[in-house]
Design a protein around this ligand. Structure first.
Ligand SMILES: [Zn+2]
Length: 405
């Protein structure tokens, strides 16, 4: 226990270092049940409070009380910490993306097959997944850490770019061949197949653009927020098809929603401001005024450090990577070079998985690219098929691209 607390404490300290933010010592919540430190954290906490051992009992109590206040006051900032530690939030709504052709040309999976299973074996729990199909680390982490029986599944077929129907998990996630990549679905006659599949373009037209369908929502499985899920249901209803009544009834029967149509609105994706309406000049003025107030009286160096920490957490890594590739675009056969008047060339570094989506600044998540290929990747339809220290294999707008490192 002490070791785990110590490890976690140091993890949080590293986070503090990277974010110049003081994180309350949650280790202090774990207290002794017996002994002279009964009701207080064990002496091991001296790793973080070096003077702890020499304090009187009263001083220790005082220290701990103050820390508890700080922990409470930290409030929603804890979410930020969890996100940065790549601890996934619990959610009950999932997108499972099915492809009918795998990267090596073998046939894949089709939602039609699941819904059609009714004809073959009704009442049969349907097992999905497998190491061949679910390869992304994030998808596997979802299955391991978050897939719980009863979770709602939005059935998405990649080739049609459409939501085919809705189902539920009939099991928690489990391992196949040693990796978390398996899960069961309720029998198809307990699922809901849309009479009119919902095209993603039609969904986006309602202002709902779940992160799971955007460039950074790669992999087979993506999570949906409550708002995103409500947006999908609202879009089905708004399409004015005969699905509305039946789908709302199905959701109510399976314990989601109250049988009424969720409202449309407030669904624009805040993670992707460029896809929402641009801020007005007035709003921008407000942002600048706020920043000026925040930085009033600070030195230039302080401001620059804060701003660059906000924009990029990984300056030295980015610089090293650009040096390594001599500012040449890593995209195959690209020879773009942008000389700078003061010497050297200009290049950009792209996150394969966007930083805003928890993408890590590790070199296997980074690519040195020319501006053209950077944006091609940002705005294109990208799926990562393989990514390791030697090779990145992606499907980009329907084409396979191999990038050697
Ligand atoms: Zn290029």
């Amino acid at each position: 226990m002490g070791r785990i607390l110590g490890k976690m404490g140091h993890m949080l300290q590293n986070f503090e270092g990277a974010h110049s933010k003081q994180i309350p010592r949650i280790q202090s919540l774990v207290i002794n049940k017996t002994g002279k430190n009964r009701g207080l954290p064990a002496d091991g906490i001296k790793e973080f409070w070096s003077d702890y051992k020499n304090l009187t009992r009263q001083q220790k109590e005082e220290r701990v009380r103050n820390e508890y206040k700080k922990i409470l006051a930290f409030g929603t900032q804890w979410n930020e910490v969890l996100k940065s530690l790549e601890i996934l939030p619990a959610t009950a709504h999932w997108i499972v993306k099915s492809r009918n052709r795998l990267e090596d040309g073998r046939p894949g999976w089709e939602w039609e097959e699941y819904f059609g299973a009714q004809l073959i074996a009704s009442n049969k729990i349907y097992d999905w997944g497998g190491p061949d199909w679910i390869k992304s680390h994030k998808s596997r982490a979802f299955i391991r850490d978050c897939f719980r029986e009863g979770g709602l599944v939005v059935c998405y077929q990649v080739e049609q770019q459409a939501i085919i129907g809705f189902s539920r998990l009939a099991s928690d996630g489990y391992t196949i061949e040693g990796v978390y990549c398996g899960f069961d679905l309720v029998p198809c006659d307990s699922a809901y197949k849309l009479k009119h599949p919902l095209n993603i373009a039609n969904l986006r037209a309602t202002g709902c653009n779940p992160v799971g369908f955007t460039v950074s929502g790669q992999g087979t499985i993506a999570s949906l927020t409550n708002d995103e899920f409500a947006g999908i249901i609202a879009a089905v209803c708004r399409a004015g098809t005969e699905d509305e009544d039946d789908l709302l009834k199905w959701l109510k029967q399976s314990g989601s929603g109250d049988g009424t149509r969720p409202p449309i609105g407030r669904l624009a994706n805040p993670e992707y401001p460029e896809e929402n309406t641009a801020p007005t000049a007035g709003e921008l003025d407000k942002v600048f005024a706020e920043l000026e107030k925040r930085f009033a009286g600070r030195t230039d160096i302080y401001v620059r450090r804060k701003v660059s920490a906000l924009i990029r957490r990984d300056g030295p890594l980015i610089r090293a990577l650009k040096e390594k590739y001599k500012h040449k675009c890593q995209f195959p056969k690209c020879s773009a070079q942008i000389p700078k008047k003061d010497g050297g060339n200009y290049s950009e570094v792209a996150h394969i998985q966007a930083a805003s989506e928890g993408g890590i600044s590790h070199r296997i998540n980074l690519l040195v690219l020319c501006p053209n290929h950077h944006k091609t990747l940002d705005y294109g339809d990208v799926e990562v098929l393989r990514n390791n220290e030697r090779l990145l294999k992606i499907e980009l707008n329907g084409e396979i691209v191999m990038i050697r490192r």
